[in-house]
Design a protein around this ligand. Structure first.
Ligand code: GAR
Length: 208
């Protein structure tokens, strides 16, 4: 059963975040909530790697975090079942994949229909997959960016919520381009969460 509508209850929207890497987008979401830019709270972080920056950030920020090592799970579906169980136990309303580098299954999608958001470092539908920034540099595009979108079964697809463009400069390396894209990701991810929640009636505001 989908979680109760936030507008019908007396508590803030509860976000679950999934991360595999540095966790800068996770931290940006936490800070947007704490600054009152996003009327929500990050309730739980799930990581799949013990030594990832996201876990250290959660500790520093005081956000409860759960490690579910994907190698301990017999299948992608089993991993997603574990994640859903943790988020359900924390009464999470909406889930954000903030640098989650595993392919998700219908188990997660069916548990959080239209409530699963991903951030990706390209202007989708260009450059899907794990090496989006390298692909953009190889293709020689002059503009790249990032996309926040609702998750569908096909990797890096699904309705786009917010995008931001950045220039690709002559001497860019994957690192310098990634830094420019990250800045925009941190800005658009809270906006995308707000938009998705409004569309579902989980937050007040323009629903489409
Ligand atoms: C972000 O750039 C995000 O777009 C990307 O991983 C990075 C995580 O950074 N996600 C993907 O490539 C998913 N296909 P972070 O750990 O600092 O938030």
């Amino acid at each position: 059963m989908p979680p109760q509508r936030a507008l019908e209850r007396d508590r803030p929207l509860r976000l679950g975040v999934m991360a595999s890497g540095e966790g800068s987008n996770f931290e940006a979401l936490v800070m947007a909530c704490r600054a009152g830019q996003l009327p929500a709270e990050v309730t739980m972080l799930v990581v799949n790697r013990e030594h990832c920056g996201a876990l250290a950030r959660a500790e520093r920020l005081g956000i409860p975090a759960e490690l579910i090592d994907h190698r301990s799970q017999p299948s992608r579906e089993a991993l997603d079942r574990e994640i859903v169980a943790r988020f359900r136990s924390a009464s999470v309303d909406l889930v954000v994949m903030a640098g989650w580098m595993r392919i998700v299954t219908e188990v997660l999608l069916e548990a959080y229909p239209d409530r699963l958001i991903n951030i990706h470092p390209s202007l989708l539908p260009s450059f899907r997959g794990a090496k989006a920034i390298e692909q953009a540099l190889e293709a020689g595009v002059r503009i790249s960016g990032c996309s926040a979108h609702l998750v569908a079964l096909e990797v890096d697809s699904g309705p786009i919520l917010v995008q931001a463009a950045v220039p690709v400069l002559e001497n860019d390396s994957a690192q310098t381009l990634a830094e420019r894209i990250h800045e925009q990701e941190h800005r658009i991810l809270p906006l995308a969460v707000q938009l998705a929640a409004q569309r579902l009636g989980l937050l007040p505001g323009a629903a489409s």
